[in-house]
Design a protein around this ligand. Sequence first.
Ligand code: H79
Length: 449
Amino acid sequence: MNRYSKITAAFIAGLFFTTLATTTSAQSKINQDSIAQKMGWFEDAKLGIFIHYGIYAVNDVSESWSFHNKQVTWPAYMSQLSGFTASKYDPTAWANLFKEAGARYTVITTKHHDGVALWDTKEKHYDVIRNTPAKKDLIDPLVNALRKNDIKVGAYFSLIDWSHPDYPGFLKDSSRYKVADDPLRWKRFQGFFQNQLTELSTKFNPDLWWFDGDWEHSAEEWESSKVRTNLLAKNPGTIINGRLQGYGDYETPEQNFPVVRPSFRWWELCMTTNNNWGYRKSDTNWKTPYEIISIFVDAVSNGGNLLLDIGPKEDGTIPNEQVNILKELGKWNRKHGESIFGTIGGIPQGHFYGPTTLSKDSTTLYLFLHGKTSGPVMVKGLDNKIKSVEVLGNGTKLTSKVVGKISWSPVPGLIYINVPATTLDTYITVLKVKLDKPIKLYRGKGGLG
Ligand code: H79
C-alpha cells in the first residue's frame, strides 16, 4: 500500500549529515530518542531479504489478495493447502544464500492475510503442520539457520486474517460483521491474535516485527499499544515496523521509490524482484541485477534500507532468477560493501549527478557511477581538500582537478575526477573520495552571496 504518499518533501539542506529526528505517522506515539540505540543494527544493515512463502505458491495465484479480490473463490484458494509440500525445504541453503547476497536481516511471512500459519501454532486455525502435507514447522529451522549465520530474524505477521471466522473482513466489499455490532466476537479475535503473537515472541524472540494490514482497523481495535508493550517486555531490543497504527519504529514504503530524500529517520523500501510477492510461475517480469543494485544504492544513499523480496516455490526451492539476482548482488556487495554497510545517507542532490553515501565520520565520500559512466565526472560545492580518490574494489588511484576556483570567492571550485573506462564495474562503479576533514558543502546560489 502506498504509505509513501504521506511523505513530505522535507530534505533540510545543511542538516543532511546530522541526525534527522522527525516525527512520522508510524512513530507518532513513540519517543524517538528512546529507540535510537536499538535501531543501531537496522541503520547499518542496509539489506534485508523478505520471504513470502505460503500456500499461494501452489496454483500461480497472488498471496491472499486473489481470493479477497475474488479472482478465485476462497475454497479454491484454500484447496492449495493439499498441494503445499515443502518437500525440498532447505533453510540452511536459504540462509547461506542470503549471507552470500550480503543481507543482514530477513523477514519471513509467519502468517499472511489468508491466515495460514507457518509455525506450530497452538491456536485452532489454519497452519502448515496440521493442514498441509508439509506437516512441519517451517519457521523454527529457518530461525536457527539464520542465527547460525548472524542474520537477524524478522517475523512478518498479518494482523488481517480473512479466513478467521471471528475476523470482520473477508471478501472485497463485504464483511462478516461490524466490530461495533458484536464487540465480544471482536474480543475473541483479539485474544486469538494476541495469543499468536505471544507464541511467536516466546518461541522465536524475533529481532524485528513486520506487521501488515493495520489499515483495516484502528490502533484501539488492534490494541496497538498493548501489542507494542508486550513485545518489548519480552525483548526490549526488538524493532517494530510502522504498520501498527502509530506504534511502530520505522516507515515501510512498499514498491514506491523516493525521489527526494525522506525526512524519516528510519525507513525501508520493500520491493519484489518481479511483479509478485509470492511465487507465480506466470510472472516472468524479472528486474535485472543491475536494476536491483541501482535501486538498492538509491535507497541507501537516501538513508534507507532495501528489503528485497523472494517468493519460494511450494516445495521450498527458490526460483533460479531470484538465486541469480541474490548472487550477483552478493558479488557486487563483496567488492563495494565498504560504501554501503555501516555508512550514512549521502549528500543532497545537485552536488553530484548520482547517488552518494558517507562514512559515519563523514570524511569519506562515496560516489556511485550508474551505467557505464566514464571520463571526467564532476562534484560541485565541495568545500574540502581531496586527499585521494580510488576505484573501490580494485584499488585504482584516480586523479582529480579543481576547476574555476576564484581566490576571493567563498564558492568552491568544481572538482573533476577522471574515470578510465577500463576501471568500470559490470554494474555500478564506486569512487572512494577521501577528504581532509568532515565534509563541508557550499549550498549557496553562486555569485557574490
Ligand atoms: O505482503 C505483501 C502484500 O500482500 C501486502 N504487503 C506486502 C508486503 C500488501 N499490502 N497492501 N497491498 C499489498 C496493497 C494494497 C493496497 C490497498 Fe488499500 C488495500 C488498496 C486498497 C486496500 C490501503 C487501504 C491502501 C488503500 C486502502
